[in-house]
Design a protein around this ligand. Sequence first.
Ligand code: PPS
Length: 700
Amino acid sequence: MNTLESPALTALKRHIITDEEGQLFRLLRHLDMAPQASQRSIASAIGVSLGRLNAQLRSAAEAGFITISEREGPDRRQRFAYTLTMRGATEKARLADRFLARKFAEYQSLHAELTGSGARLIPLNDRTTFMQNNLAPIPELFVSYDSAQKLKVEAADLTSWDLSPRQICDLELLMNGGFNPLKGFLSEEDYNGVVDNMRLANGTLWPMPITLDVSEKFADSIEIGQDIALRDQEGVILGTMTVTDRWTPDKAKEAEKVFGADDSAHPAVNYLHNTAGKIYLGGPVTGIQQPVHYDFRARRDTPNELRAYFRKLGWRRVVAFQTRNPLHRAHQELTFRAAKEAQANLLIHPVVGMTKPGDVDHFTRVRCYEAVLDKYPGSTTTMSLLPLAMRMAGPREAVWHGLIRKNYGCTHFIVGRDHAGPGSNSKGEDFYGPYDAQDLFRQHQEEMGIEMVDFKHMVYVQERAQYEAIDEIEDKDQITILNISGTELRRRLAEGLEIPEWFSFPEVVKELRRTKPPRSKQGFTVFFTGFSGSGKSTIANALMVKLMEMGGRPVTLLDGDIVRKNLSSELGFSKEHRDLNIRRIGYVASEITKNGGIAICAPIAPYATTRRAVREDVEQFGAFVEVHVATTIEECERRDRKGLYKLAREGKIKEFTGISDPYDVPEKPELRVETEGTDVDNCAHQVILKLESMGLIAAH
Ligand code: PPS
């Protein structure tokens, strides 16, 4: 007989679970499910004597896993109530994972013994698996409904962190199992592993850092081991986190490793440096409730809901299509083909969390998807909305998307050309190669347990009146290939030009035109920037009058001085205050733009990063026209209309732009106007000409 120990047995020995742990798990599970239970019923449910139960309850309370309180009411036999604490919920989840690991090791060992081989039990192919792997329920981080009500009350006293929109998306997927196997925001060790080699500390593949970034001030107020409440933007407690880690990340390294370059032209790198907090906190999360969504509720599913749906319909093979764009005919062709190739049902799984700044908003997109859905066979296609915050990380993002779709019960995943591409870098080159995402996915797909259906670029062949993959076309010289790029489509929409039927569906085009009228009917923002006394306000005023003379859209002037009087009267001129002032202007301008008006802003706005943030705010809704009023500091000082330069030179005004505070000259403004030797009317006219050339003002 072979005296060497089998690997299965060695694995089994690694997963020893003590009796105490077993009993503690049963107790915590019971209290989670039946918090009102009497001592007698708990004892009989978990199979211990009353005396033993008392000892267990005491030690669980000492460890902070449960609280014991006096029960109100007349029943003398039930004097105490036992409630699971957040720590208890986390411990229960940890023990449940260990039990599962132990059970699996037991099966491995049994399998090895029965078959007399060292062959590993592969759940998907094994007869002992009753439910197909992709359809069995997966772990969530939520506690039971009853416990959630209690934890919510308990969590109200905790220090709380108000989650950013991106963190809310991340938390939702952590809690509902979309980010399985993550149990919370990454610890420092896991983060380092993910950044360096796409793996958690235990070796599991995970390509994207899911971190809770916070301000230094908040981080300083937290002690390691402390529980914090995680609230949405209305203050609703969604979950709690036991903070196990706190560290200052090397963001430049994160940018290089995860996104491929420390270049702020990448939206996620820009977010990392300019929006995310300086400090990361990590630790296990206990889920209390899902974020509330008021829109398209029937179209939102958790991973377990989708798994149950697929189970119910008997869909054993499902191919997912990820998208952040409206669907046109090429996409439909691509998804049809993918489903055929994989012999699978189709899940259209659009992202409705956060996508690339400037994308079509998700309300419009979902209305478009719903219109297109009619064109798919209903019995083999469905659509569900994914509340993911994308990072546009190309190859890493594709692997991440695949893992998420696996959690949602899919067996196949479509990766097309330039998957989750962020566009071009600051040198104008693409961040990633068009098929890098497919290569990385292919490398890992076996380990991931979800198969890639890769696609080349689909184009329309006019002579054959059909879509074909560009690399499969052999007679390229004899045919006419038609294609409309995303940029071209945006141009046609912006200018109200025709969008042919071979390209898209009339229902989709109608929907897009409804939310994106031609540019000459959209709102926009003209943002003047320049030194104090450069002439911004004067030109802005002249421009306002000219635009009002033309009519058609309401015009609002947000001049530096006016804003400081009405919106920002409490602010000074520190960097922090200037940023706040400009962000307020940006907020108001973006609202005006969204509602179809014209906002003219004329602050100094000395910092490039803040101007960029405002541009992003506005460009979600319409054009942002940056006009640099390029009067030199010498000329402004010579004019010194308000006498401020003199005071600044004398040190009587501190932090004066151009004298004792910096001004970042705009690198690529839409327009630069020189005021020296040009009169105001002419300067304003230059702006009008620019607006005309951008299609923002049309001839009547
Ligand atoms: S900023 O940096 O964009 O927030 O500045 P802004 O809101 O445009 O306000 C600038 C006006 O405030 C006056 N002022 C100063 N400017 C710059 N630096 C310092 N320290 C300062 N103190 C007061 C100045 O009159 C500016 O008016 P404008 O319209 O630009 O001439």
